[in-house]
Design a protein around this ligand. Sequence first.
Ligand SMILES: Cc1ncc(C[n+]2csc(CCOP(=O)(O)OP(=O)(O)O)c2C)c(N)n1
Length: 767
Amino acid sequence: MGNFINDSGPNFKAGEIKLDSIPVYQYNKDLKKEFKAGKLAKEELAEIYESMLVIREFEEMILKLKNGAYEKLSDYEYRGPTHLSIGQEATAAGVCCALKITDEITSTHRGHGDSIAKGFHAIKRMSEAELKERCPEFAGLAGEELLEAVLEDHVYRTIAELFGKEAGYGKGRGGGMHIADFRVGHLGANAIVGGGIPIATGAAMTTRIDVDKAKQGKIVCSFAGDGAYANGVVLESFNWACQGQFTDPELSSINFGLPIIYCLVNNHYGMTGRADREVCGVHPLARRAAGFSDCNMHAEVVNGMDPLAVRDAIERAKAVIAEGKGPVMLEFNTYRYFGHSLSDPRTEYRSKAEEALWKEVDPVPCFRAKLIEAGAFSEKELAAMEKKVAERNEKAARRAADSDDPKAEDVIKYMYTDTNSEVVPAPYNQLMARGPRPVIKRDADSRITYKDAIKEAMIEEMERDARVVCYGEDVADYGNAFKLTKGMLEYFGRARVFNAPISEAAIIGTGVGMAMTGYRPVVELMYMDFALMASDQISNQAAKWHYMTGASTKVPMVIRCSVGGGKGYGGQHSQSLESIFAHIPGTYVAYPSNPYDAKGLMKTAIRDDNPVVFVEGQLLYNVKGVVPETDYTIPFGQANVLREGSDITFVCWGPAVADAEKAADALAEEGVNVEIIDVRTLVPFDWETVFASVRKTGKCVVMSQCVDIGSFTGEIVSKIVAECFDSLDAPVLKIGAKNGIAPQAHCLEKAFLPSVEDMVETAKKIL
Ligand SMILES: Cc1ncc(C[n+]2csc(CCOP(=O)(O)OP(=O)(O)O)c2C)c(N)n1
């Protein structure tokens, strides 16, 4: 490949590109021989077999519950998804038995097995003190009894989550498709196919910069199916993980590949269609690895029906990662014996004959037979283990069914956290500067631009907290498309300020992963329009994880996006989309209208433990205002009464505020006294300030630059009508952009965006 890269000029010399080979089925050791040679201990074999049994028992319980055949819970009606992983146990157990407690996984909608296995093997590795810390209620127990109690608790909390119970891992908010247990590094199953992969990639990113040795040494395994490997965000993540800047010593002093193993669980079906030979052009799927780094991302195809082959592959992948040569892709060839869910009889797309062939390599009975054949266990010993697992699961299921439902009045509880990073723990409170601090010039009146106010907030917050990192397209050397971040790379170094590939979904998804694992990323989407490329990662991931895990995790990240409206950039670079994100519960939405607010709100956004969509107006970037050099924050949900008045209330945000002021000036000349409220944040919203104003003036116009239909302005109008009806003297009106697409032509864009004249006229209608 070297001859294609030429820093000294063009080079069109003929040559050819060579790719490395991808090994398949390398594990060929014989269990019996290994056992006899003392290379496999009885305890480790027992652990793996038991782990697979717990999963199989668990999944068969769901099967029976749905069929009404689970006698222990004949009184219980299970409502919820039934994506069983029966057949895939060797993959889940084989991977997780090779992981440390602090290693992390992400999983899928078919993730019961992964979740059980991660918890099971982590618990098996816990000291007595760790077991008691995990389950303080068992403080009086010791030894085997304590371990057994904690294992049963793990199964109990898993089943409780499936049953939507308060005792579940996510307090019944997430369910089986979103199950997580952060105490053992389970960062979440994900019902969005492929959705967990960028999150895992982000979790692996933290190892590059964390000073904590334990975090540095962790490995992340991201499970996803063959179907997922076609998804854009998955391919974006592979490219992300293989970025040259992570390993190039000239670009970064921290140069090792991301410690992530992409675990491709190839069970040969998406929902009902096949990836290989049907909706994908490569076979085996591990070939995907060829596209992302020179000579391939390290990849291998592995027998996913043999837990020892799986474990062996993970151990070898760990060695590759330890050399700094991650990421690694492992394709586990496996099978799911049931349909996509239990409503799928699987008759349309596969034959009984095919299923029968795969049944011959069923991981649970096959491993059992090998254990007997090796002389590692007697029939009686295994039967006793099987009985213990069945009884443990039954007991846990009974307890889960009998446990409390969440309270209906708590339906919104856990939507947001009220915590923030006011106190920065050591050693992250040490300033780690790498070069000169960027200079932010104030004019003679102490004024700086809106753009510099945002930059100053980011610099100050990165100085006070080393967990704050900043990335996005072109933010590093060039200093972002608007030069807003210029100089920050030199000051903080490339580990904390770096360019991202043009992969909006991965920018947000990796941010979610970093945020969940202790960092506070401030990520940038160059134009807000591009947030639509990342809408899943913003709306289904960043927004939802705190709630879906019953507040077991936080996603403290800021998603900066600027609005290009008014510059003649046309339909795909001009949209004010804040209403969309205000509609999706789980994120905060801020839109400062002036430099002072921009700094104060940005600092609050960075310190807040919730994900914040931070909207910036590009046409505001060069607006100047007085901004103190001091450290100040502006609380979210506190509107600014910009101008007091008695005749009519204007409610607005972002660039609409300056226009509202002009409209108010014009109306003042006619003797109308306007009160202007700049809401500053759409979520949380300061309803009380707005209601108080409307109750005083009796009239209100709500204005923004969002396209009028479906805008958050409508929500404000409806709330005002409901809450202030008795005080209203006139209908409440709203103004937005026309219900059209932002045009290029200047005259058309002027007609498209709400104007000062529109505001004056609308106000006059109700005055
Ligand atoms: C983004 C997205 N698209 C579609 C679906 C619906 N869906 C659920 S599972 C599934 C198939 C996934 O196949 P694969 O990744 O191979 O995992 P498997 O179900 O085989 O474990 C589909 C299409 C979804 N949940 N998310």
